[in-house]
Design a protein around this ligand. Structure first.
Ligand SMILES: C[S@@+](CC[C@H](N)C(=O)[O-])C[C@H]1O[C@@H](n2cnc3c(N)ncnc32)[C@H](O)[C@@H]1O
Length: 280
């Protein structure tokens, strides 16, 4: 008998406060006054789970004014893993629809510069709308395949690779019926190509965060192992907002060449994989 249990899970909806836009008033009290019940996500500074609501979180004036974004709790983790972001030059290589771009801009307090890329032009419209709604001032958007990112002719202090992936069953109820091993292999190859290209434009003292919402080792640990062996990168310790990542959410640290990679198992959040890489 297996020592673990397979459970259906539906992640709770979460919001992230855009702290730069919320000054001089208490947004949480204001949202609670509208009938939302909010629970602080313990490992995030600005993340709250919605535990009760009278109407959609996307239908408030506060949302339209960019005071908060709707962003699942695990999806809020990757941007918090960078040690510092203010005044940095940041590449968000697979950026649309922009949940993490607006989070990066908020953590940067709109300083420095973000270059946000996506290969799908249509999805960049959604990204541009998010940037406008959240009053982001430090981001430039380009339609570009991340596998050609060196064409930008820039080096980056921070690179976020929230790569296209096979997803997971917690957010896609048809996952087991529809996904094939060929999808996983195709995505894993694309992810390695994006890793290889962006490693070339990481500054010598830079940090690269790799994230997927896939639970497949081919798209996660195997790719990181490949990057360590082939791209002269090493895996750095994962700290969330500079604090020790809680094992309950972030899984156990593995003691091997992919030490410090973290799996976030579906449960309190959706499934995610995160890893921070620096030059070896
Ligand atoms: C997981 S989603 C990114 C979500 C986004 N970071 C956010 O937080 O809202 C992956 C994105 O990668 C884009 N993509 C796929 N292939 C790409 C490529 N070769 N170069 C750049 N972007 C790519 C997809 O269009 C998709 O928007």
């Amino acid at each position: 008998m297996l020592g673990w249990e397979f459970k259906e899970t539906t992640p709770k909806q979460a919001i992230r406060i855009n702290a730069v836009n919320v000054k001089g008033f208490n947004l949480i009290e204001r949202l609670e006054g509208l009938g939302f019940r909010l629970e602080k996500v313990p490992f995030l500074k600005n993340g709250y789970w919605i535990t009760a609501q009278k109407f959609s979180a996307g239908a408030t004036i506060e949302y339209l004014l960019g005071y908060y974004s709707i962003q699942e709790a695990a999806a809020q983790i990757p941007a918090t893993l960078f040690t510092d972001l203010k005044e940095k030059t940041v590449l968000d290589a697979c950026a649309a629809p922009g949940g993490k771009t607006t989070q990066l801009a908020d953590l940067m307090e709109n300083t420095g510069a973000i270059i946000a890329l996506d290969v799908k032009r249509r999805r960049l419209n959604a990204l541009a709308n998010q940037l406008e709604r959240c009053k982001i001032k430090n981001t430039i958007v380009y339609p570009l395949d991340a596998r050609q990112a060196s064409k930008l002719g820039l080096k980056f202090d921070r690179i976020l690779l929230d790569v296209p992936c096979s997803g997971n069953f917690a957010t896609d109820k048809q996952w087991f019926k529809q996904r094939t091993i060929a999808d996983v292999e195709r995505n894993a190859k694309l992810q390695r190509e994006i890793l290889a290209e962006t490693a070339k434009i990481l500054a010598d003292d830079g940090e690269l965060v790799y994230a997927t919402c896939s639970l497949e080792p081919e798209e996660n640990e195997f790719n990181i192992d490949w990057a360590v062996k082939n791209l002269k990168l090493k895996v750095a310790e994962v700290k969330c907002h500079g604090e020790e990542a809680p094992t309950k959410i972030f899984g156990k640290q593995l003691d091997n060449s992919i030490k410090y990679c973290r799996r976030i198992w579906p449960g309190e959040t959706q499934g995610f994989f995160v890893c921070k890489l620096t030059k070896g």
